[in-house]
Write a protein that binds this ligand. Structure first.
Ligand code: ADP
Ligand code: MG
Length: 250
């Protein structure tokens, strides 16, 4: 079976600091993969490269068998890949619902603006409905009319997930989805992610919370010192020597 995501020989340095040296892994369609590694091991950098925010020095990113290395982010989104951010930044003046609606990439561009006829109104209605449905799934209905800048850090994370989902991705990558989220909400996020997975979505999740990883993921890959050092089931992490070494800094 062809991998939905394949990363080959990826390397990236910031100045003299070689963050990623030779990173290679595959993700199969339908998997929920946890991406782990100590602080500063390059997890966010890896997501930034895969999603086209920064270019690698070396290596290839293949999405569904197509080379998307250094393809700009807005194009990669149209190829079916979306991601969320470790620290989401929200517009000051827009409401939660407006931010979610603005994330619908099919609503942008010159054509829809020029032809603001019946078709456009229907498209806008559909966008609004889908945004409201996703806000409901991610438990944000109660705050949907508040300014997006006024909601809690955890709620901003959830809104980030909603925005990523508005683009209808086949592959969704999440950067620390539960950091700063109230513990009561974590189970709800796991449930929402499993529901998306049941609908066919593939997920890559950067996360530190081991409980969350065990509940959410089928497989984990571990990044350390510029390489993938392990690929195993969440329950096998604690007995994997290279994983233990990575976290103890040995
Ligand atoms: P992680 O997400 O695993 O904690 P990051 O990918 O954020 O790690 O960062 C890996 C390393 O690269 C860190 O040492 C960080 O300081 C450095 N780094 C990340 N982005 C930049 C950048 N734009 N310029 C310089 N250094 C960076
Ligand atoms: Mg990070």
């Amino acid at each position: 079976m062809r991998a939905i995501l394949e990363v080959r020989n990826l390397a990236k340095a910031f100045g003299a600091f070689q963050v990623l040296e030779d990173v290679a892994f595959q993700v199969q369609k339908g998997e929920i993969v946890g991406l782990l590694g100590p602080n500063g091991s390059g997890k966010s950098t890896l997501l930034n490269i895969i999603s086209g925010f920064i270019a690698p020095d070396k290596g290839t990113v293949m999405l569904d068998g197509r080379d998307v290395t250094s393809v700009p982010t807005f194009r990669i989104v149209n190829e079916g890949l979306a991601r969320t951010f470790q620290l989401p930044i929200m517009p000051q003046k827009m409401s939660v619902l407006e931010v979610a609606m603005a994330a619908d990439t099919t609503m942008h561009g010159v054509l829809p603006t020029l032809f603001r006829g019946a078709g456009f109104c229907k498209a806008e209605r559909d966008t609004r409905e889908r945004a409201m449905q996703l806000l409901d799934e991610l438990l944000l209905t109660r705050v949907m009319h508040l300014p997006a800048s006024a909601i809690s850090g955890g709620q901003k994370k959830l809104l980030g997930i909603v925005c990523a989902l508005m683009a209808r991705p086949r592959l969704l990558m999440l950067d620390e989805p539960t950091a700063g989220v109230h513990p009561n909400l974590r189970q709800d996020i796991v449930r929402a992610l499993h529901r998306l997975n049941d609908q066919g979505m593939t997920l890559v999740i950067v996360e530190h919370d081991m409980h969350f990883i065990r509940e959410a993921c089928n497989r984990c890959i571990v990044l350390d010192q510029g390489h993938i050092v392990a690929s195993c089931k969440p329950e096998e992490l604690a007995s994997n020597e290279r994983v233990v070494q990575a976290y103890l800094g040995a």
